[in-house]
Design a protein around this ligand. Structure first.
Ligand SMILES: [Zn+2]
Ligand SMILES: [Zn+2]
Length: 283
């Protein structure tokens, strides 16, 4: 039986599965892209995904690191790759070493330290781009970008043999096209993310919005999280087709969150927004 009752969303051909409640657990996987943003307590459903993209070291986001790696080994899979802020790598190694001693078995791992501005190749045409967030020292978010080659407009009317001939002659018939598929902000206080064009134009935005009630603005500030008032202002500057809200607080009931969300966002914006934890199926 699966360890978790996960939320599940499907956007076109992309599945988004996971669990995200502030202070409890956050793990958001996109199996078709072979990435999992944060690892939470490592639910069974994400073990076979090859890349964990960790945003920061808080326990509710990172607790499952060793279990994820060890389960892969136990099931005969290759070592998992974990992208994590560079400044956390030493501590992550310590955790893995401690578990290796406790458990008595080696835990294979491919650890990659990242900082804002880095890019890591996930698949031949898929890259994880790293940007800074404002939550803990070195905390980051990720955008998964697809790079394609597209035929230049002047050649689109040509037939196959003509294209082959031009290629033989060494003519550059196509140009690089970059498609930001998904941006995952992780935990962060408000930052003007509209300064990064690939975030503005990501097809899917997965964003934290932790607090909703008026008196929770100070909590948002103290914990370096976003409050709905700031989040509404941010969404206004972005251009995403779909927005998925994660990391909702347990202090406000879900129906109340839904109500405040509806009141805080203009209708066209509200229609594009999904509360991640509203999408769980009962077992
Ligand atoms: Zn968190
Ligand atoms: Zn955090």
């Amino acid at each position: 039986m699966a360890s978790h009752n996960l939320a599940q969303i499907k956007i076109d051909d992309l599945e988004i599965i996971g669990y995200s409640v502030a202070g409890e657990e956050t793990v958001v996987a996109m199996p078709q892209l072979d990435v999992c943003f944060d690892v939470g307590k490592a639910p069974d459903q994400i073990i076979s995904i090859n890349h964990i993209l960790l945003t920061h070291g808080h326990m509710d986001h990172a607790a499952g690191i060793a279990y994820y790696l060890s389960q892969r080994n136990f099931c005969g899979q290759s070592a998992g790759t974990i992208l994590a802020p560079k400044n956390l790598l030493g501590s992550i190694r310590d955790v893995i070493d401690a578990w290796t001693r406790l458990d008595g078995n080696q835990i294979p791992a491919n650890l990659v330290g990242v900082k804002a501005g880095d890019e890591y190749q996930i698949k031949p045409n898929l890259f994880a781009r790293v940007f800074p967030t404002k939550h803990t020292k070195g905390s980051v978010g990720y955008t998964v970008v697809e790079r394609r080659k597209k035929l230049k407009p002047e050649y689109t009317k040509l037939g196959g043999p003509q294209i082959v001939e031009l290629k033989k002659q060494g003519v550059e018939i196509d140009y690089p096209l970059e498609i930001p598929i998904v941006t995952y902000l992780g935990d962060t206080q408000y930052v003007d993310f509209s300064q990064l064009e690939y975030i503005v134009n990501s097809k899917i935005l997965i964003a934290e919005c932790t607090f909703y009630e008026g008196e929770h603005t100070t909590r948002a500030e103290a914990g370096k999280h976003m409050h709905i008032d700031e989040f509404a202002g941010l969404l206004d500057k972005l251009n995403n087709e779909h927005t998925i809200i994660t990391h909702t607080t347990q202090r406000t009931p879900m129906r109340e969150i839904r109500k405040i969300l509806k009141e805080s966002l203009p209708k066209d914006m509200y229609d594009k927004v999904v509360l991640f934890m509203d999408n769980r199926y009962r077992r």
